[in-house]
Design a binder for this molecule. Structure first.
Ligand code: GUN
Length: 283
């Protein structure tokens, strides 16, 4: 029976650590500020943005909320982003995705100053990560590494297999595991013998968005299994990309859904914000 990796507990600890860092900066006259922009009122985005605001309140980060109408033009949104880039009192800028169809997401992401890119989505942040330069790391991949480290799961020298090659999880987590000296294989929908490749993994990360796709027969005895999925099963119940019931018997450690990787994303966002504010000390 695997150790259950408790993302809720770890994320709470990280938020408490961020809270202390925010207070220490405040004592030196530096306030940490995150600007969150939501265009339109997609219900899922409203929930995510609400959770980010709550985490800001908890950690003492000042949040500036820009809830702007669906009809906002790309030009108007870019103007807002540029104005936030220019403000010394703003440390992080987050534009909640997805954006309405008439707005080009890539153009908006690229308009955010890399110095304030707390989501880590800007091509400069992604490039910095791939060549080992300092820069913001996107929050879910950073959260995965943090979970492994805090559970003392060794990455150095281990076989790491990632199923899924998305820009927001698969690719960046592969870079991070490589940075930690893992031996990394990235699998995707064209991978031959996926089961055999997955079974080589000491650390298996699954981020494909397919409910319960990975069963026990993809898992090496004792492997650490990180499930990034947020899916619905046949009864509409929240589940991951991994079939937890069978996997838990074979894995050495496993993240549940919910309560595994999910809560880590916002905690790492808060961490990126306070890191950004802390850079002002070095100016
Ligand atoms: N939409 C869903 N997840 C995210 C996220 O992590 N960042 C942003 N900006 N939008 C999202």
């Amino acid at each position: 029976m695997a150790i259950i990796i408790d993302g809720k507990k770890v994320s709470q600890k990280i938020k408490d650590e961020v809270k202390e860092k925010v207070a220490a900066l405040k004592a030196k006259g530096i306030e940490t500020t995150l600007a969150v922009i939501q265009v339109g009122n997609d219900p899922a985005s409203t929930v995510y943005v609400g959770n980010k605001k709550k985490a800001c309140e908890y950690t003492g980060i000042r949040s500036l909320a820009y809830e702007i109408p669906e009809e906002t033009t790309e030009e108007e949104l870019l103007k807002l982003v540029h104005s936030l880039n220019d403000r010394d009192d703003v440390d992080g800028i987050l534009v909640q995705l997805p954006l309405p169809k008439h707005i080009n997401e890539d153009r908006v992401i690229q308009a955010i100053s890399p110095a304030k890119d707390v989501d880590g989505f800007h091509p400069q942040s992604v490039g910095a990560l791939s060549i080992g330069e300092p820069g913001f790391v996107s929050c879910t991949p950073a959260g995965i590494i943090e979970l492994l480290k805090r559970y003392n799961i060794q990455i150095d020298g281990k076989e790491c297999v990632i199923i899924g090659r998305s820009n927001i999880v698969g690719k960046p987590v592969s870079m991070l595991l490589l940075r930690e000296n893992g031996t990394v294989t990235v699998c995707h929908s064209h991978t031959a013998d996926l089961k055999e490749v997955a079974k080589r993994a000491d650390i298996l990360v699954v981020a494909i968005g397919k409910a319960k796709f990975v069963t026990a027969d993809y898992i090496k005895e004792g492997a650490a299994v990180i499930d990034v999925g947020m899916d619905r099963d046949e009864n509409g119940k929240l589940c991951g990309d991994v079939d937890f019931e069978s996997a838990v018997e074979k894995a050495g450690a496993i993240t549940p859904v919910p309560g595994g990787v999910g809560p880590m994303t916002i905690a790492m966002l808060m961490n990126n914000c306070v890191y950004s504010a802390g850079l002002k000390l070095e100016d």
